[in-house]
Design a binder for this molecule. Structure first.
Ligand code: SF4
Length: 431
């Protein structure tokens, strides 16, 4: 018998969700018209993206990871990955890369069905994942586009030193900004950048409020499945814009109302029923069966109260905000602070803190077959968090955008066992 924890209320979309959808659709539409309007674009990655700097030159960001995940949610990634594998890219290669390549080889039609422009520049902001370099090497060959690389030092010692910051600022001044001036035909305007950074800080304040709202019981949000919608604008093309400021203000007010009413999260099927389990999740979600995956949690009354995936495009809950008074230094610190650039001890520290601060029942790892950046060391991290917090950890496996690696029955079984284990621990603690 299939049980469900969902309420009978019909599914409804929040105003913020509708607004976010419109923002993203308009961005893709603008990219599609770039040939007529003359808008220039820069392909770059989510971790360590320099959106405010690009916007200061009126350049449009294109994020290949976002294209890949959006293609997966629309059921297109299987075909794209098959094309890349036929071209010789191995099964072990990150599936975002293969999905992107397959999309390009199919005419570079983006997830909304509109064509994407060729890159005017590839801005390789290297933050912790070696695949980023190989990915843009391939795109450089395919498009014959110029590349500018921003080398971001890894936080191996768990901190950012002055020398590390200076090293990144120097590259921004001497390599990245000249490259952006060249393709845009505009001079660097630091005052304009400051204005955009001030907008970023406002939006970041509201995003942190939203993510930390999950400390309430019941949590008014799901900080993983819902969280990926909340990070959408700020992690992609909109950080620094007025639209992002408005979106996060709206989202914050919706979440505040949910807290006041004592409501739990909204799931794909409407209001979630009683909150039974609170978990912290490490690792990206699966995108090919995203809603099915979410339902496996919602049906059990499980809410994700904190996740590391929602920190890949910036860690803000430890206090970092973009600082308009130090524009290039703040961009450097932002890049170095992204989750993918953190050492394993720092990740363990973050996860343990989340389990404690969000009163979680435990940690759940979704290990992604093709993402070494996330998966390396996860078993060790899991054991360490378990021993520091005394809360049980669980482990499931899937993939980002390759539907061949989403085994629903297997994942569901493991989740059910994990939630049973939490219940047994509770019963034991109460005995
Ligand atoms: S390996 Fe992981 S972090 Fe690196 S590009 Fe692929 S999905 Fe992103």
């Amino acid at each position: 018998m299939v049980t469900t924890n969902r309420s009978a209320a019909p599914p409804q979309k929040d105003s913020s969700q509708l607004r976010q959808k419109t923002m993203i659709a308009e961005h893709y539409a603008r990219l599609a018209r770039a040939g007529e309007t003359g808008d220039k674009n820069v392909y770059t990655f989510v971790p360590g993206n320099l959106t405010e700097l690009l916007r200061a030159f009126d350049l449009l960001p294109v994020l290949p990871e976002i294209n890949a995940l959006q293609s997966a949610m629309r059921g297109k990634s299987r075909e794209y990955i098959a094309i890349a594998e036929k071209l010789g890219h191995s099964e072990d290669v990150c599936t975002y890369v293969k999905c992107d390549l397959g999309m390009m080889k199919s005419g570079n039609v983006g997830p909304t069905g509109e064509p994407l422009p060729k890159p005017d520049l590839l801005l390789l902001s290297y933050t912790g994942c070696f695949t980023f370099m190989k990915w843009f090497e391939i795109l450089r060959q395919e498009y014959d586009a110029p590349v500018v690389m921003l080398h971001v030092p890894y936080q191996s010692e768990g901190k950012i030193t002055g020398a590390m910051r200076d090293y990144v600022v120097k590259q921004l001044r001497e390599e990245v900004i000249p490259a952006l001036e060249k393709i845009s035909g505009k001079r660097y305007d630091e005052d304009r950048l400051r204005g955009l950074l001030a907008n970023s800080a406002r939006a970041e304040d509201d995003l942190v409020f939203v993510l930390e709202s999950a400390k309430h019981t019941p949590s008014p949000i799901d900080a993983y499945f819902g969280g990926v919608y909340y990070i959408g604008p700020i992690f992609t093309a909109f950080r620094g814009t007025e639209e992002a400021v408005d979106y996060y203000r709206l989202l914050r007010s919706e979440v505040s109302e949910r807290i006041e009413r004592g409501q739990g999260p909204v799931t794909p099927d409407g209001e979630m029923g009683k909150e039974r389990f609170r978990v912290v999740v490490e690792g990206p979600p699966n995108w090919t069966s995203f809603h099915q995956f979410w339902r496996m949690f919602a049906d059990e009354g499980a809410v994700v109260v904190a996740s590391t995936y929602t920190k890949v495009g910036g860690v803000y809950d430890t206090g970092f905000r973009h600082d308009p008074d130090h524009p290039l230094e703040t961009l450097a610190e932002y890049c170095m602070g992204c989750y993918t650039n953190l050492s394993l001890p720092s990740r363990v520290e973050m996860l343990s803190r989340y389990v404690r601060d969000y009163s979680a029942d435990g940690l759940l790892v979704n290990s992604i077959k093709s993402c070494n950046s996330f998966s390396a060391g996860q078993l060790l991290m899991m054991r360490e968090v378990e021993s520091r917090t005394g809360k049980p950890a669980g482990f499931i496996e899937s993939d980002l955008v390759d539907p061949r690696y989403f085994s629903a029955a297997n994942i569901k079984n493991r989740l059910e066992s994990y939630f049973q284990m939490i219940e047994q621990r509770r019963a034991g603690a109460g005995a």
